[in-house]
Design a protein around this ligand. Structure first.
Ligand code: SF4
Ligand code: SF4
Length: 492
């Protein structure tokens, strides 16, 4: 490991000290010293550096200070990523859960070509066309209510999202209604916010209830008719005409609800682009949608070539647009570029610390990867009652289940399994320059169950230096962005 030196598109040089969490601009006079020496503490008395004039003593002192006090921390051979979770982390997550996601049904009334349970992926899934029953959902709600009412719940009057997921959740609206009514009748120190990801086909049938209960809707729609052509029904017909008509009716009938509680998520592929998606939603609904690239993990080997044909890279799509800067600005926190830049500023701006210990030591041990702890953010319950840490990951990583009105979770097993995966990837992470700002989830690394799992996001010195150059060039080009990121943007 060594300190990162990088040059921006505007020929400015910077150092990035990962351990000290600092980025610094290198004055050209100081940078000269870096060109002349790899690691020496230098002196203009030394004949080797005689080309530096004595009036440059000021920069010489600065260079030596930098080497001695900031960059000297960067010389450790490997990252110390030996940190592992303990049972207390699981308990803490459960006592303060932020989101509970119910897969209320695994049935769906569409057959989207790129669906995670469709033709491209090897994901294991629970039994098809299965509905969750109320007893399972009630057992989960009661489990959390007991925890919210204990002193271990540190977030008095905090908020928990109750989210409905599928399949297509509106196909089991009976259960959703029962869960919402049940939760509204509870006495508990907790605010609940209801939310749902839906394909929108059945929206008009249930919209009155959804509006009455302020259920936040995330509607899947890939832009205009052309862009939406992979979202087809069972007969292979584009679902666009039905969805757009429903959405327009909601906008007309419930304008305030539409403005505040309705948003969109579009999948990026070869039939649309970030620009066409943005244009469509801005023009029709004055909204900025979430845009997600296709999931690249778990692709069946025999489908790799076909998948490559429909996959489109997010940044590439932005760069191909007519006005990339405008798109990035409009996307704001939803832009991967801004998100990347935010993480970079947070990590190396010298003002953000994960906990108190980081204030006093720059040798903190780190967790490999950027994965959240099991239940650190959410719990996902599948229709069959199996319990998972998140809806985005393969069903085989189940941590427990709801059986006979009881939640069966074995913290010891969860800790051991999670730590084993951390062990498997730690060889990659220990020499990776991304560790402090890693966005990767271990469950999305295909061979995580192998002892020497390989991460596709691994960055060596040169690659990380290039990444820093891209981000710093972006900030130099758009100086307002830094202020916006620090002051205005809230990431969730
Ligand atoms: S994808 Fe991984 S890191 Fe992201 S919320 Fe799910 S479990 Fe956590
Ligand atoms: S990018 Fe991959 S190898 Fe690097 S720290 Fe993250 S998970 Fe580890």
């Amino acid at each position: 490991m060594k300190a990162i030196l990088t040059k921006t598109d505007f020929n400015n040089h910077y150092y990035i000290a990962r351990k000290s969490k600092l980025i610094g601009y290198l004055h050209p006079e100081i940078y000269k010293y870096f060109q002349n020496t790899e690691s020496d503490i230098i002196s203009t008395q030394n004949p080797k550096y005689s080309q530096f004039k004595s009036d440059e003593k000021y920069y010489e002192r600065k260079y030596n200070f930098l080497k001695e006090h900031i960059l000297s921390n960067e010389t450790k051979e490997i990252n110390n990523c030996t940190r592992r979770i303990e049972e207390v982390h699981i308990k803490d997550g459960l006592d303060n859960i932020e989101q509970v996601v119910f897969e209320v049904t695994s049935s769906c009334n569409l057959k989207c070509r790129y669906c995670a349970y469709g033709e491209f992926y090897s994901y294991t899934h629970t039994q098809e066309n299965r509905n969750m029953d109320f007893s399972t959902a009630k057992t989960v709600v009661d489990f959390f209510v007991r925890r919210f009412n204990t002193p271990d719940n540190k977030s008095f009057k905090g908020t928990t999202f109750i989210s409905f997921y599928g399949g297509e959740p509106l196909l089991n609206m009976g259960l959703i209604k029962k869960i919402i009514e049940y939760i509204k009748g509870l006495e508990v120190n907790r605010n609940f916010i209801f939310s749902m990801t839906t394909n929108g086909v059945l929206l008009m049938k249930h919209i009155d209830f959804l509006v009455d209960n302020s259920v936040r809707l995330l509607i899947s729609l890939d832009g205009d008719n052309e862009g939406n052509q992979y979202r087809v029904d069972r007969l292979g017909l584009n679902s666009f005409p039905v969805i757009i008509s429903n959405v327009k009716l909601i906008k007309e009938k419930y304008p305030d609800f539409f403005k505040e509680y309705v948003n969109f998520i579009a999948v990026l592929h070869n039939k649309n682009s970030v620009e066409s998606i943005m244009y469509f939603f801005k023009k029709n609904f004055d909204k900025v949608p979430m845009i997600a690239p296709l999931n690249t993990s778990g692709i069946l080997p025999e489908k790799t070539e076909e998948f490559k044909n429909i996959y489109h890279d997010y940044i590439d799509s932005i760069n191909r647009s007519n006005n990339p800067n405008r798109i990035v600005t409009e996307l704001g926190a939803k832009s991967p570029e801004i998100r990347d830049t935010f993480i970079f500023c947070k990590q190396y701006g010298g003002t953000f610390f994960e906990d108190y210990s980081e204030l006093f030591s720059n040798n903190a041990t780190l967790f490999p990867t950027g994965t959240c702890f099991p239940f650190g953010r959410k719990m996902f319950i599948a229709t069959d009652g199996s319990i998972h840490t998140c809806e985005k990951i393969d069903y085989r990583y189940s941590f427990g289940s709801v059986i006979d009105k009881t939640i069966r979770l074995n913290s010891k097993f969860i800790v051991e399994t999670f730590n084993r995966y951390l062990d498997n990837i730690s060889k990659s992470c220990s020499s990776c320059y991304m560790l402090e700002s890693c966005p990767h989830c271990l469950y999305l690394i295909d061979d995580i169950e192998n002892e020497n799992a390989k991460c596709p996001g691994y960055l060596n010195y040169e690659d990380f230096s290039k990444k820093c150059s891209t981000i710093l060039s972006r900030l130099e080009k758009n100086r307002e962005m830094f202020n916006e990121i620090v002051n205005d943007i809230i990431f969730v």
